[in-house]
Write a protein that binds this ligand. Structure first.
Ligand code: TXA
Ligand code: MG
Length: 345
């Protein structure tokens, strides 16, 4: 057990946390996407604590969070001109760029054994201040227990990591709610490894990139992609299809499922609530409006955690039929949350 101290978001506590980073401690801090579980990314003992607290597989590398673009040249080599175009447009912000790592600077454990490094300058003012105050790159994965939904409020972090990390900032809700876009620029054309809150369309306005392809076979470029992710405790099924048919199908399945399971959860859009059968032992949890994907991104992980709190034994979710923009990142997270247990109707 580690003695966890809860921190306020003021200058005094940011200084304490920055001092902690320098001393090799772990600090959970809000970013504009989700909370990060941070430690000095150049100190292997400190990074080891991150993997331990999260229960994260050792071959899944971490993002280094930096405070200034000038730090990149200390950490990466062969930086293409596209990188500077992208960071001019998207940093500080929810874009992570993978570059060739400089040799013998970053410990192997931070890189998960790869010869590339993922870098991001976060847009959240507290995160930036913390990194600059510590004057060190902070390695930080999402601050959840490995496999669980990412934390978008400090209460989620406390559920997962209290007693396992040194400091947790009480930073409230994170404004975006899903993780950064991971873009590989380590060789040739940019390639989206993880869709995120900066969309393919937005990136394409600045440089040519390859679109993210769901369920790609062959070489796994982003090690994190192969692991179980974002999953609530109960088994979950996603029903994908045309709007009205999906709701009909959910209604058709509910009575059968209630014969097998004690309590069922349904994840739907705000617009669907009135169309779904109301019955005992059924919890309907809306995730946001279908006309406002920002609200859906913002609520998704919180909604998945709600099903855990409600102790449902099975979750039926509508699929998200938006093959562009933010819809790609949202359906990617939903597919993972259900372990690709999807019925296309
Ligand atoms: O929004 C975010 O990106 C949040 C906040 C805290 O910054 N961080 C986050 O970290 O989501 P994490 O560790 O949960 O996800 C990082 C992803 C993983 O899929 C990992 O495999 C990938 O980035 N990644 C890290 N380094 C990489 C590298 N060198 N090459 C390819 N993928 C890499
Ligand atoms: Mg994560």
């Amino acid at each position: 057990m580690v003695k966890t101290k809860l921190l306020k978001t003021d200058k005094h506590d940011i200084k304490i946390a920055a001092e902690g980073i320098k001393q090799g401690k772990t600090v959970v801090f809000p970013t504009e996407t989700v909370y990060g579980l941070g430690a000095n990314g150049l100190n292997k003992e400190a990074v080891q604590k991150i993997y331990l607290a999260k229960g994260r597989p050792a071959d899944n590398p971490l993002i280094l969070h930096i405070g200034n673009v000038s730090w990149v040249e200390k950490l990466a080599v062969n930086i293409p001109k596209e990188f500077y175009l992208l960071v001019d447009n998207f940093w500080p912000g929810p874009l992570t760029v993978v570059l060739q790592a400089k040799k013998n600077v970053i410990p192997e454990i931070t890189l998960g054994g790869l010869d590339t490094v993922a870098l991001r300058m976060p847009g959240h003012p507290l995160a930036l201040e913390l990194i600059n105050e510590g004057d060190l790159p902070i390695a930080a994965p999402s601050a959840n227990t490995s496999g669980r939904p990412s934390p978008t409020n400090h209460s989620h972090v406390i559920e997962d990591l209290y007693g396992k990390v040194d400091y947790i900032f009480l930073g409230g809700d994170t404004p975006i709610g899903i993780e950064s876009t991971v873009l590989d620029l380590s060789g040739g054309k940019g390639k989206i490894l993880r869709p995120g809150s900066i969309t393919y369309e937005e990136l394409m306005e600045v440089v040519e990139v390859e679109e993210f392809v769901e369920g790609q076979k062959g070489k796994i470029l982003s090690p994190g992609v192969k692991y179980r992710h974002y999953q609530p405790q109960a088994p979950m099924k996603v029903i994908l299809g045309e709007d009205n048919h999906v709701i009909e199908e959910i209604n058709r399945r509910i009575p059968h499922l209630l014969k097998i399971y004690q309590k069922i959860g349904v994840l739907c859009f705000d617009e669907d609530i009135d169309k779904i059968l109301k019955t005992d032992r059924l919890h309907i949890v809306p995730v946001g409006s279908k006309n406002n994907l920002l609200s859906v991104a913002n609520n998704l992980y919180k909604t998945l955690r709600t099903f855990d709190t409600l102790k449902v034994s099975y979750i039926l979710s509508r699929g998200i039929n938006h093959p562009q923009g933010l819809g790609i990142a949202i359906s990617n997270r939903l597919n993972k949350a259900c372990g690709n247990n999807i019925d296309i109707i």
